[in-house]
Design a protein around this ligand. Structure first.
Ligand code: NAD
Length: 352
């Protein structure tokens, strides 16, 4: 692999390969863009099949974080870190060694909890570095607020598509009943939506079926359901050439990162099928917004009010895509670039 070619292709500034012999830590920290400020991005622990796969994931996710921050009007850059390990290989020593690498970056990268890390794990990292957000002691885990953002995004999509942002009676299929998916289901239940749920973990499916009267669906059946909204809240790349032809939902609105396997091709396939796709890094930015507020002095009311901007941003994007013929994903990238340049200009004026 030609490393500089790979990392500069998507505009990355810096990629760090972190290795600690004693604990066995192998991690990659990708800083995509720090034009607006320190790079923010949570840390994911995953048993990648290869180092190249881990690098690809870190590069894709960190670029998404730049766009996510910009679309959410957050003056921060985009970054992401991945630890290459199986969940059972996690030790306090490994997490603390990772924390020391972050501390040495001196605030250039700020992180938090992503897949396979628990609040306790983040506490271990936090023992070695101050550059951690979203702990229980600070603003709490990001998932409940991410779910609020997804709910607001669904409402914006319903408003655009059906003329009303009420979700009452709408059929919503939720894929993945983890931290975000479970909170989202609770909100959907409270909003009188008709729920369909699937997860590879049957205990979670049974729990949600019992709690909210949701219809349980096998994982492979979720794509072809005759529903109004499909909410991917599990893993990435699930919108691809195999799944898109099956999808009957008119709206895709979920929390998963990197939902489009190929941003251009699959974005266009969705547009051709007249499926309204809520760009992932816009609709799932609630958690980022919430932890950003820690850095400026946490006030829950202000943070949630900021999360409500997801609704307006999505409506702006849907209209922009409609008038220009772009996909909603392309429209969101353009909006992010515009907001980065505008914020940079404003920052330059202040410092002049
Ligand atoms: P999680 O790990 O708590 O939950 C993921 C769930 O998906 C698990 O219950 C898992 O069993 C299930 N799953 C895995 N493969 C599946 C499959 N094939 N079919 C159905 N279910 C499957 O993760 P989370 O924190 O809820 O996040 C969900 C997604 O949202 C992830 O892609 C994450 O990157 C993204 N996201 C999360 C946040 C946040 O605040 N937690 C913020 C932004 C984006």
């Amino acid at each position: 692999m030609e490393l500089f070619k790979t990392t500069s292709a998507a505009g990355h500034e810096q990629v760090l390969f972190c290795h600690d012999q004693a604990s066995g830590l192998k991690a990659i920290i990708a800083i995509h863009d720090s034009r607006l400020g320190a790079a923010m991005g949570a840390t994911r622990l995953w048993p990648y099949e290869s180092e190249a796969a881990a690098l690809t994931d870190a590069l894709r996710l960190s670029r998404g974080m730049t766009y996510k921050a910009a679309c959410a009007n957050i003056p921060m850059g985009g970054g992401k870190a991945v630890i290459i390990a199986k969940p059972e290989e996690k030790t306090c020593e490994l997490l603390q060694a990772y924390g020391r690498f972050i501390e040495r970056l001196n605030g250039r990268f700020i992180t938090g909890q992503d897949i396979n890390l628990t609040p306790q794990d983040v506490r271990q990292i936090n023992r070695e570095t101050q550059y951690v957000v979203g702990t229980q002691e600070k603003s709490g885990g990001p998932a409940p607020v991410t779910a609020i953002g997804v709910l607001l995004g669904m409402k914006a999509a319903a408003k655009y598509r059906f003329g009303s942002d009420s979700l009452k009676g709408l059929k919503v299929a939720v894929q993945g009943l983890g931290n975000v998916g479970q909170h989202l289901c609770e909100w959907l239940y409270k909003n009188d939506a008709k729920l369909f749920v699937s997860d590879i973990n049957q205990a979670k499916v049974s729990k949600l079926a019992r709690l909210y009267g949701a219809t349980a669906v096998e994982p492979e059946e979720i794509y072809g359901l005759d529903v109004d909204i499909f909410a991917p809240c599990a893993m990435g790349a699930i919108l691809n050439s195999q799944t898109i032809p099956m999808i009957k939902a008119g709206i895709i609105a979920g929390s998963a990162n990197n939902q489009l396997e190929d941003e251009q091709l699959h974005g266009e396939m969705l547009t051709a099928k007249d499926i309204l796709y809520c760009p992932d890094y816009v609709i799932n930015s609630g958690g980022l917004i919430n932890v950003y507020h820690e850095l400026i002095g946490y006030n829950e009311k202000k943070a949630i009010s900021h999360v409500h901007s997801i609704y307006d941003t999505l409506l702006e994007l849907f209209n922009k895509a409609n008038t220009t013929g772009m996909t909603t994903h392309e429209a969101s990238k353009q909006l992010a670039e515009e907001r980065i340049i505008k914020t940079q200009q404003a920052q330059m004026l202040v410092s002049a």
